[in-house]
Write a protein that binds this ligand. Structure first.
Ligand code: S3P
Length: 170
């Protein structure tokens, strides 16, 4: 494994960034940081509460501040970003300047199936039916992929595993 300061995991909601991030960090014996969780800790509120009380623009500003803080940390870390993190301000530049970026790419059908069971925790999708969710993901991917595709590595699949990411970075 090449010496690198940070591995940033990029991808739409439901692409497994946090689950895979924890596994990779443990296999590489380095730290793991979940950006959403870090924002919740700093703000002392859940992501849902931040969206409800302050709105998305406020959330995106906090997300950017926290990303900058994490990018400046000196230690080696695997960072699971939020699904929207790369798509606002100059966040993708900050990410690529500070480490290695890996896009976990799934098509909208797979993402819809994966998200149907866990959507209640996510303010942007919690009230959507399966059909609405599929159409929302298709629209979002159209605008988001130009950011996601700026990742240094892109892994596409049906079931991306921690080992696939580690192999990619060797
Ligand atoms: C968001 C994704 C979420 C969280 C917030 C907004 C998005 O993170 O940051 O609900 O804009 O796609 P996950 O991708 O970890 O669910």
């Amino acid at each position: 494994m090449k010496k690198t300061t940070k591995i940033f995991l990029i991808g739409f909601m439901g692409s497994g960034k946090s689950t895979l991030g924890k596994k990779i960090a443990s296999q590489l014996n380095i730290g793991f940081l979940d950006l959403d969780y870090f924002i919740e800790e700093q703000e002392n509120q859940t992501i849902q509460e931040i969206f409800d009380k302050h709105g998305e623009v406020y959330f995106r500003e906090k997300e950017r501040e926290v990303l900058k803080t994490v990018a400046e940390k000196k230690e080696e870390l695997v960072v699971a970003l939020g699904g929207g993190t790369p798509c606002f301000y100059d966040n993708m530049e900050i990410i690529n300047r500070s480490g290695v970026s890996v896009y976990l790419k799934y098509n909208s059908g797979i993402l819809t199936d994966r998200l149907m069971n866990v959507k209640t925790e996510r303010p942007l999708i919690k009230n959507k039916s399966k059909e609405e969710l599929l159409s929302f993901i298709n629209d979002m991917l159209l605008s988001r992929e130009k950011f996601y595709n700026q990742s240094q590595f892109i892994l596409e699949g049906k079931n991306i595993k921690a080992e696939d990411i580690i192999d990619l970075l060797q």
